[in-house]
Design a protein around this ligand. Structure first.
Ligand SMILES: Nc1ncnc2c1ncn2[C@@H]1O[C@H](COP(=O)(O)OP(=O)(O)O)[C@@H](O)[C@H]1O
Ligand SMILES: [Mg+2]
Length: 219
């Protein structure tokens, strides 16, 4: 799967553009970093790449197809389901940790689901003891972990993570970096918006895209 942004602009209020003249190609698997100061447009760009927000100007080509030019129906079914966006703030539903973890499997039956991955992540992130715990009772680190794992379990072709390491302690951060690097080297596009590049992340990075004031910096 490949995504190409062609001269993309975005405005929330119809007056000022928070993204300007964005040209970007995510054509090969690997780990991409979107970096930039607060308010530079990282979250907005990540949502555009994830096909959540529609550009105010410009085009998004998904495998060469103009995504927003498609009918509503083909948009949802064809392409969107292979891309997953993980919010910077963990969004969990009522119910247990286990329910929240496995929810994605229920909602997105069309993805290549690997049930054994669920078990793998439960052990790896030491979630076995809290599987029955109400999600509302979790610490922010636990909630963030669950919201990320719920996405990884879907095996998406493109996974966009907004500030994934905030709220995570050092050991969970290391685990997640290893997992994201493995997913990227197994053929997915992993794109991470962050204001800080962890040392452990560096050897795995394919490309860094820097946003300054809504524009890609070419320095
Ligand atoms: N829902 C919104 N409505 C209006 N303006 C917004 C909204 N979300 C973000 N913005 C503005 O868009 C700009 C870029 O924000 P954002 O994409 O969140 O940047 P970053 O993730 O790099 O901090 C900021 O000036 C922010 O205030
Ligand atoms: Mg942001």
């Amino acid at each position: 799967m490949e995504i190409r942004l062609e001269d993309v602009w975005f405005t929330y209020d119809g007056a000022s553009y928070v993204l300007k003249n964005i040209n970007l190609e995510l054509a090969n698997p690997g780990l991409y970093i979107l970096i930039g100061p607060n308010g530079s447009g990282k979250t907005t760009l990540l949502k555009i790449i994830s096909l959540i927000l529609k550009p105010s100007k410009g085009r998004i080509l998904v495998n060469g197809v103009d995504y927003w030019g498609l009918s509503d129906e083909s948009r949802q079914i064809e392409l969107k389901s292979r891309i997953v966006y993980v919010h910077d703030k963990p969004i969990l539903l009522r119910g247990s940790v286990e329910y929240n973890l496995k929810l994605g499997l229920k909602l997105r039956g069309d993805l290549r689901v690997d049930e054994s991955l669920v078990e793998y992540y439960i052990d790896r992130y030491m979630l076995r003891e809290i599987l029955d715990k109400p999600a509302s009772k979790l610490s922010s680190g636990q909630a963030k972990t669950i919201s990320i794992l719920r996405a990884l379990i879907l095996n998406p072709e493109i996974i966009a993570l907004d500030e994934p390491f905030t709220f995570l302690d050092a050991s969970r951060t290391s685990l997640l970096i290893q997992d994201l690097a493995r997913i990227a080297s197994n053929g997915s596009i992993v794109i991470i918006a962050t204001h800080y590049i962890h040392r452990e992340l560096k050897p795995h990075i394919k490309q860094v895209v820097e946003l300054i004031n809504g524009e890609i910096s070419n320095i």
